[in-house]
Design a binder for this molecule. Structure first.
Ligand code: GDP
Ligand code: MG
Length: 246
């Protein structure tokens, strides 16, 4: 990449958290490059102190993909913190996140990003909803149950907040309170901030390599306390319906 390229602010920053995804990350980076070919974009992989060769493989790919940036945590800090590190480093006004294991399809990403780019500023998020989950029955059941409870309690209109593929305005994300596992509550928190949100169906693929980093029990444990936390945040929100300057 020339310094000229680096100076220009891209339209889209694709942010991908990865933890021990050496088997999937390089192919995913190439797929993202193919999906965004001809667009003004950067992609930021955030390596969360992987124990495998994820970071080395991605770093080697920078020669092939000039839009690729590789960040690394010194200590494992989880998916949400990785996403946040990527967003803090992102230079584009629109951020697209996706899982690092290849289960989200990069081919869907430009559609979400462009829908947001074309929308009025009030719309801050276009989230993906996986139409045909390619996961085990147990995970699908747990997800359906969790999504149902969350949607009822938070009224966040989201059917699938666990979908890693989301496009949102960077500036809007930076206004949200941050906590571990926030990635499942971005729709609710965007609404709390007074933004509008929308969803589009997206493809979902089998995990071909590596292992899932979450168990149903671990997810449930985190989700319950987070759910109460977000309900509390909602109860403490005030919305001035716009701010006018005289
Ligand atoms: N950076 C980071 N990413 C993680 C961590 N745990 C999961 N991920 C990423 O989050 C995404 C979803 O995790 P995954 O294990 O595939 O969950 P599942 O699809 O729900 O089984 C993948 O991109 C993972 O690499 C973590 O501790 N740190
Ligand atoms: Mg996965």
């Amino acid at each position: 990449m020339t310094s000229d390229n680096f100076a220009a602010i891209p339209d889209f920053s694709v942010v991908v958290p990865v933890f021990d995804e050496g088997g999937a990350a390089p192919a995913l980076a190439r797929e993202i490059a193919a999906a965004f070919a001809g667009e003004s974009y950067e992609m930021i992989f955030v390596d969360d102190a992987s124990r495998d060769d994820t970071k080395a493989l991605l770093t080697a790919l920078k020669a092939e993909i000039p839009q690729l940036r590789v960040l690394g945590h010194r200590k494992n800090s989880g998916q949400s913190r990785s996403i946040r590190s990527g967003i803090l480093a992102a230079r584009a006004p629109i951020v697209v996140t996706m899982d690092g294991d290849g289960q989200n399809d990069p081919a869907d990403a430009p559609r979400l990003a462009k829908a947001l780019q074309a929308a009025p500023a009030e719309l801050a998020l276009v989230g993906g909803e996986r139409v045909k989950r390619q996961d085990s029955n147990a995970k699908r059941f747990a997800s359906k149950f969790g999504n149902g409870v969350r949607k009822r309690l938070l009224k966040d209109t989201a059917n699938d907040t666990g979908c890693g593929l989301k496009a949102f305005r960077r500036e809007a994300f930076l206004r949200l309170p941050y906590f571990d596992h926030i990635h499942r509550y971005i729709p609710a928190l965007m609404l709390r901030e007074g933004y509008e949100i929308a969803f589009q169906p997206v493809n979902h693929r089998h995990r071909e390599t590596g292992v899932s980093k979450y168990t149903n029990f671990g997810r449930l444990k985190a989700s319950v306390s987070d759910l109460f936390g977000v309900m509390w945040l909602q109860s403490r929100a005030r919305n001035p319906q716009g701010v006018d300057e005289a």
